[in-house]
Design a protein around this ligand. Structure first.
Ligand code: APR
Length: 244
């Protein structure tokens, strides 16, 4: 199956990877759903934008604990590095990621569309000014804007917020023009991100899926299902492509 998938990648004109939390599990970041998923430990309500506006301190305590103290220490794994190598070798044109862990950037990938924003910057909810989180520090919560005194929030989208531009436009365009999508580690349960692979399929793209379990894509649009861990499957693909 890996060889068959590698052959499709070699023949494709434009390849896009669509990644979810599963690609970062082997970096120590738990998924949101499934076995020991975050949402089985924490009520996702602290990430509702309305909750954040009315309870910035309570929300920030969990945001800091989960997305900065915990996720912030994670390093890329062989799956992230494998995608970066595929891009360098010309086998991958872009990554659309739902993740905000910055691990695709840290592993050297260049063309990345962060569909849910990123955790690198904080943005003021009042004046819109952005700051790198490294500049602000999170010792005093909620962090405040030095420009207007407003509350700062991470620059990733909360439930109830719009998908950021230009990531949204760029991602849906990739779904129009790519002839191969590689889905990695995503349940495909959260819209509008989850619509992207379906649009790619409607536009004639082939779908290769890497996941340890079936997702909402597997029996509907997946052409080749590489069932297994992202690090193992991507390392196998890279090994085949190197011999090319
Ligand atoms: N290798 C490959 N896939 C894995 C691995 C692994 N080692 N471990 C887990 N998975 C798969 C699971 O089988 C599951 O399909 O990763 C997926 C994780 O699913 P979710 O936790 O739902 O992650 P994701 O699909 O990215 O969630 C989408 O939901 O809460 C929102 O904004 C959040 O971006 C997130 C969105």
């Amino acid at each position: 199956m890996i060889q068959e998938a590698a052959d499709i990648i070699k023949k494709a004109n434009r390849v896009t990877a669509f990644t979810g939390a599963g690609i970062s599990v082997e970096s120590g970041i738990p998924p949101f759903r499934g076995e020991n998923g975050l949402w089985s430990k924490y009520d996702p309500g602290f990430l509702d934008i309305s909750y954040f506006h009315s309870n910035p301190l309570e929300s920030w305590k969990l945001i800091k604990e989960i997305f900065y103290d915990f996720f912030g220490k994670a390093t890329p794994n062989k799956a992230h590095y494998g995608l970066a190598e595929m891009e360098k070798a010309g086998f991958l044109d872009a990554i659309i990621t739902q993740n905000i862990d910055n691990l695709h950037q840290k592993s050297g990938s260049r063309k990345i569309f962060e569909f849910h924003g990123d955790s690198r910057d904080l943005v003021c909810v009042s004046c819109g000014k952005k700051y790198p989180v490294t500049e602000i520090g999170l010792d005093n919560l909620p962090p405040e804007c030095t420009n207007c005194g407003g509350v700062l929030k991470p620059d990733f989208i909360f439930f109830g917020e719009q998908i950021p531009e230009p990531a949204r436009t760029n991602s849906f365009r990739e779904a129009e023009i790519s002839d191969l999508f590689i889905l990695i580690g995503t349940t495909g349960e959260v819209t509008p991100a989850s619509e992207i692979p379906f649009i790619a399929k409607e536009n004639g793209a082939k779908i290769i899926e890497i996941n340890i379990a079936k997702s909402s894509y597997t029996d509907r649009i997946t052409n080749i299902f590489l069932q297994g861990k992202a690090t193992e499957m991507i390392s196998g693909l890279v090994k085949e492509l190197r011999e090319y």
